[in-house]
Design a protein around this ligand. Sequence first.
Ligand code: GAL
Length: 833
Amino acid sequence: MTKKLLLMMLLVLPVCVAAQVRTERLLEKGWKFTREDNATFSATECDDSKWQSVTVPHDWAIYGPFSIDNDKQNLAITQDGQKEAMEHAGRTGGLPFVGTGWYRLDFDAPEFRAGKTATLVFDGAMSHARVWLNGHEVGYWPYGYNSFYFDITPYLKPGETNTLAVRLENEHESSRWYPGAGLYRNVHLVINEDAYVPTWGTQLTTPVVKKEYAKVHLLTGLRMPEGKQLADYRIVTELKDASGKVVATAENRGSKYDDGKFVQDFVVDRPALWTPETPALYTAESRIYEGSELKDEYTTRFGIRSIEIIPDKGFFLNGERTVFKGVCNHHDLGPLGGIANVAGIRRQIRILKDMGCNAIRTSHNMPAPELVEACDEMGMMLMAESFDGWKTPKVPNGYNKLFDEWAEKDLVNLLRHFRNNPSIVMWCIGNEVPDQWNGATGPKLTRFLQDICHREDPTRPVTQGMDAPDAVVNNNMAAVMDVPGFNYRPFKYAENYKKLPQQISLGSETASTISSRGVYKFPVVRRAMQKYDDHQASSYDVEHCGWSDLPEDNFIWHEDYPWSIGEFVWTGFDYLGEPTPYYSDWPSHSSLFGIIDLAGIPKDRYYLYRSHWNKDVETLHILPHWNWEGREGEVTPVFVYTNYPSAELFINGKSQGKRTKDLTVTIDNSKCDSVGSTTFKRQQRYRLMWMDTKYEPGTVKVVAYDANGKAVAEKEIHTAGKPYAIKLEADRTKIAADGKDLSFVTVSVVDKDGNLCPLADNEIKFKVKGKGYYRAGANGNPASLESFQKPQMKVFSGMMTAIVSSTEEAGEIVLEASSKGLKTAKLEIVSEK
Ligand code: GAL
C-alpha cells in the first residue's frame, strides 16, 4: 500500500464514523439478576456483584423447580363451565414466575454525546416493568407482552458508565397459562442525532397492487429539536428489491401541510408479490437531511400484497381466495420458556409449513418481533392479537386491572410496531372476553378497540375470538366486527352467518382436540374431558374438551362453505400451563392440545392436518404403534392419515380390506347440533379407519391408491424389539457461532433393526463437547417434572428433543447420548461465524 493511499484512508475513516447517524445495539450481555426486592436496587450505587450473571433474553422461571405451590389457583374457570372454585395446580405451568425480579446492567454508550438523542426499546418485559437509568426513573410499562420504549436522552451520560436497573413483578392469578418472567425479549439501545425518525416511525402501505405495477405510499415521522419544523428537512428514499436493486426513488422536502410526516409515493413495476409461497420482501431506505447534513437513515422492510374480504366469497390474498389453515400458538418455546429465540421460532415455522399451515394466531397477546420477522421471511400469515381480557376479569389479577388506563396505549404500540410487516393480515382485539355477555358494554368496547385499529392501520381487517355465539349475535357485538371470529361450536356457524351482516365467518379458534404423543386408549370411542390414571389423552385423535371437537368437525365447514374463511386450531404446539382436563391433577402442568408436542415432535394428528392442508406432498401415516403385548387377539383399530383417497391395510400379509374416504358425508347429513357428537361420520370423509382389526405382533402395511385405483405408495410399521440403541437426528447440523443459535436434536430409542421402541422410557444422559453446550431438553410428557436444563431426561413414548447451543467460538460440537444398556450415540454439529 502506498503512503498516499494510507493517508487518504486515514482521512476518510473519521468521516465514515461521523456518518454513523443512527446506531442500534442489543443490550444482551453483562446483566446482573436477583429475585430479591429492595428499593435501593434502583440506585446507581448498589453492590450487585453477588447477583446472578445472566444474558438477556432471560426467563427466570423456566429453570424451576416445578412445584404444586407455584401460582396454585383456587377459582372456578367459568369459561370451562366450572361452577365452584377448585384447586388448579399446574394451570400456569407450575413454575416460579410469580414475584419480583431485578435486572441491572452497567454499560457504556460511546456513540452518545451532547446534542444526540437516545431511546431504550424493550421488545417485552414480564411484567410491570419499572426502569431507572443512573438512578432516575425513566418509565413504567405494565403489560408484559407489549413492546415499549422510553426517551432516555436526559439521563444518559456521555463518556461514562451508565447504570440501568429494571424491576419486574408478576402477580399470582394473573394468567391462564405460563407467561414466563423477566427480560424475556430483547432490549435495544438506539442513539440518534437531534432530528430522527422515532421508534416505529414509518407507515408504509400499498394502496394499489396489480401484476403490472404497485403503488407504494410511505409516511415518515420526524422528531425534531425545539424550534425546528418539517420544512427544514428533506427525505430521500430508495425502494430496493430483495437483491438490493433500486426499483423506485423519491425525494421530498417537508411541508407544513403534511402533519409532521413526510409523504412519499412510489410506483414499482412488475412487483414480486408477497405470498406464503413466495415471501418476497422489499426495503424502503430513507435518508433525512437538514441542508446537506445527514440526520438519519431509516429502513422500513415491507412486502407488496393485497388483502380483501369479499362477502360470501371469502378472504383474498393478491386476488386469490385463500383459506386460513391456521394454528393458535402461545409464545413459549417449551423447554426454552418464554424467551424469543430465533432458532426456536424458525423451527416452529418450518414444522408448521411442512404441515401445510399458512397462518398463526398469536394467542392471546403481542408477538415477539423475531416471530413477525421470521413470518415475513418464511411466508406465514399472522393474526396478531392484543388481549385475553378487557374490563371484566378472567383471572383476578389479569388485564382487567389495566384496561381503562392502558388498553389504547397497548393497542397503539402493537399496531405501530407491526403495521409494515406483510405477514400480518389481520388484527385480533380480544379472546373470549367476558364482556361479550354484557350487551351494554361489550359492543361498545369492541367498537372502541376496532376503531383504534382502523385509525392506526386502515389496511387490515379486525377480528376477535368470541365463544358466546348467541350472546354476541343478539347484542350486536359480532355485527360490529370487520370479521366475526368464533371460537368453537361450528354447528352455530350457519345460523350466525344468516343473522350477521358481514356474510363471512372465521373459526378464530377450533378443535381443542387433546392427545399425548404415542399414547393410545381403548376402546376407541369419542370422549370429552376424559381423564386417565397416567394423565395422558389418546393419540387416536378422538378426545376433546366439553366445548370442543375433532379436526374434521371443522375441516368440513371451511371446505364446503366459501363464507367460512378458515380456522385457527387450538393449538399448533403444546405449551406450558393449561393441562386441561387435568385441572387439579398435579403433576400435569402443560397442555395436551398441541398438534405438535412440547418437545416440538409431531403427534399423529400432525399427519391428519398435513393430509388435508398440504395436498402437494405425500402423507401416508399409520397409527397406533404396533407393540401391544398382552392385547393379542383384541380389537386394536388402525387409522391411516393420507392425502390419497383410498388404501388397503395388511396385517402380517393378510388384507384387512380397503377403505375409501367417504365424500358423500356433508355438513347436512352429518349434522350435530351440539358439542356432544358421538359418531365418527365426519371422520370418515378425512381419515381411513379400520375399527375391527385385531392385534398380532408383526407388520402392519398400508398400500395407498390414487383416484384411478392405482397403487401408488406403501408404508409399513413393525412390532419393535427390545431397546438397543439411541438415535440422534438434528434439525440443523450447521449453526451460527453466535452463542444464540440452536440445533434441535430428536432423540429416539430404537431396536437393533432401527425401529422406534414406542414404549421406551429410558433415561438418557447427554454430554456436549467442543464449541457448544447443552441448552435444554423436553420429552413432551405433560406430567413430567424433570428439569428442562439438566442434561438427563427420560424419553417419552421412545422420544425426546435435546437442544444444543453454539458458543461464540466457531468449531465442532459433539453431542453424546448414553443410557444404561443402550448403544451410545454421537452427533456432530458445526458452528460457523
Ligand atoms: C379457549 C381459550 C384458549 C384455551 C382453550 C382451551 O376457550 O380461548 O385460551 O383456554 O379454550 O380449549
